[in-house]
Design a protein around this ligand. Structure first.
Ligand code: AMP
Length: 531
């Protein structure tokens, strides 16, 4: 049957087949809300009624500005299922950028978590002529103009909704890339791409989420759909745990222990902090069998420390333009039974491609690189969950080649087993005297030092070598380390020209709204350091 692939498939399947499964959500005040998928379904219908009453029509954009919560999940379904598009706004944007994003997206109604209303208030102060209706979710200390209360809106509505038939190619969710460079670029995920991505991401050799799992997405719902978990978990009927605004290690550990979380997902920074806390308290988390880590490369030291505590890190790579998952690292069948060191080597790579991603890795002359795990080239991808354009960006188009492949901008190798290894973003490579230095490798080596918490490596202008690496380092709590000792320690592990010319110690490394190192800012801050 030619039946459209729409988000409603996932929703109705969850209600009919997983009705009793729980959704647990932490409120801003720390209290816990418990729902079943059946309760969730009724609330989604009420929300849809409220959206229509507020005048939202098919094709309209509706913004969310929120943490991971059951209400955000309700928006994820109600908005697309009435034919509108949910714009998941990045809550870590600067105040001036927040109104830019609302305006660029053309949002007609904006849903804000109570605890984030002050942030939106600050954003509005930068743009006094900005007028949009708001809906506030949960108690709030700030008063937004023209705001309604979420729960009151829902309470007025029936818990059934007559869902419209939709074209699978219509937009479901709009998300802006985290933009380490230039203006943010919007990517619209369609119903079709969202459903296909959920299927591919859910496979056992991908995220491998099952009904019996308890999944806690720490990766935010304001950034590429929390890697698809809000669709994947209801599809398989997994218990969902939403951590709300408390992302400190103690709160996350409390939820993992209290709710029996089996799979959690997030960027390395979150798990570095959790690792430190586990080590400090000498704690194990027996229920947690899988930590999916991506967004940036997994530091090997983090992988090893978690492994020692019985937690398997599953490394994943992707990008906003890919919905986002592209690769996931699991042990290849041909490597089962091989020594641990060999398995560890591939698990530290970004992983193998999910089924709906066609790929090629080309060198500077456009030739496919050999699958030797050594020769690097640029990665190009194609598939039904890869974007074909950016939203309203005029000239800024994604780069495609003649075969319709999209240029990821990631430089990588591929080995004989099909494991992708990201060597660098093309712009993050340091080119010293004609030799490329991988900032990722260097960062990983530095993060292997027992006193180092995090390290970002940037290339700075140098009169003799054109560019030389400089490391910006944050130390672990209570640790002491100076520049010469770290350079000496690196001297035992690296060839001389790879050792950073300078090591700068900072309390925290600046990050983008989604936790990637803000290297542009570091490069600007230290621009003339070596000249
Ligand atoms: P974004 O669209 O903001 O999610 O950023 C996507 C980019 O993040 C990719 O193109 C990579 O450069 C980087 N990235 C994502 N996951 C990983 C990973 N596991 N290892 C290294 N880089 C990653």
């Amino acid at each position: 049957m030619d039946v459209p692939l729409v988000v409603r498939w996932i929703f109705e399947h969850a209600l009919r087949n997983h009705a009793s499964r729980p959704i647990v959500s932490r409120e801003d005040d720390g209290s816990i809300v418990r729902l079943t998928y059946a309760d969730f379904g009724r609330r989604v219908a009420q929300l849809a009624g409220a959206l229509v009453e507020a005048g939202i029509r098919p094709g309209d954009r509706v913004a969310s500005f929120g943490w991971n919560s059951h209400r955000h999940l309700e928006l994820y379904f109600a908005v697309p299922m009435i034919g509108a598009v949910l714009h998941t706004t990045n809550i870590r944007l600067f105040p001036e950028q927040v109104c830019w994003a609302f305006e660029h997206a053309g949002d007609r109604l904006i849903f804000v978590d109570g605890s984030l209303a002050p942030a939106v208030e600050r954003a509005l102060a930068t743009k006094p002529d900005f007028r949009r209706p708001f809906v506030v979710m949960g108690p709030s200390s700030a008063s937004l103009p023209d705001a309604q209360d979420y729960e009151a809106m829902l309470a007025r509505q029936p818990d059934r909704f007559d869902w419209p038939e939709l074209d699978e190619r219509s937009g479901a969710i709009l998300c802006y890339t985290s933009a380490t460079t230039g203006d943010p670029k919007g990517v619209v995920f369609t119903h079709r791409s969202t459903v296909l991505h959920a299927f591919a991401g859910g496979l056992a050799d991908a995220l491998g989420v099952r009904q019996r799992d308890t999944v806690m997405p720490v990766v935010p719902m304001f950034h590429v759909n929390a890697w698809g978990i809000p669709f994947l978990a209801p599809m398989v009927g997994a218990k969902l745990v939403m951590p709300g605004n408390r992302l400190d290690p103690a709160s996350l550990i409390e939820l993992i222990e209290g709710e029996g979380v089996t799979i959690s997902l997030g960027v390395p920074t979150v798990w570095l902090a959790v690792r430190d806390e586990l080590e400090k308290r000498d704690l194990r988390l027996p229920t947690l069998h899988t930590l999916v880590i991506g967004g940036s490369a997994v530091p090997p030291s983090l992988f090893d420390d978690l492994e020692r505590r019985g937690i398997r890190t599953v490394h994943a790579w992707g990008m906003t333009e890919m919905s986002p998952i592209g690769t996931v690292s699991r042990v290849h069948a041909d490597l089962e039974g091989e020594p641990w060191e060999k398995q560890r080597d591939v698990l530290l790579k970004q992983g193998r491609f999910t089924p709906l991603v066609a790929w090629k890795i080309l060198d500077d002359d456009g030739r496919a690189v050999p699958h030797d795990g050594r020769t690097a080239g640029q990665l190009w991808v194609r598939g039904p969950a890869v974007t074909g354009s950016y939203y309203r960006t005029g000239a800024a188009l994604p780069v495609f080649d003649a075969e319709g492949y999209f240029a990821t901008g990631d430089v990588c190798t591929i080995d004989e087993f099909g494991y992708l290894h990201i060597v660098d973003r093309s712009k993050d490579l340091v080119k010293s005297g004609g030799e490329w230095i991988s900032s990722v490798d260097l960062e990983n080596t530095i993060m292997g030092h027992p006193s180092v918490r995090e390290a970002a490596v940037i290339g700075l202008a140098h009169l003799k070598w054109v560019e030389r690496p400089v490391a910006v380092v944050a130390l672990r709590e209570g640790a002491a380390l100076d520049e010469p000792s770290l350079q000496a320690w690196l001297g035992e592990r690296l060839v001389k020209w790879q050792i950073p010319d300078r090591v700068l110690f900072v309390d925290a490394i600046p990050r983008t709204g989604v936790g990637k190192f803000l290297k542009r800012e570091l490069r600007e801050r230290y621009r003339d350091l070596l000249i």
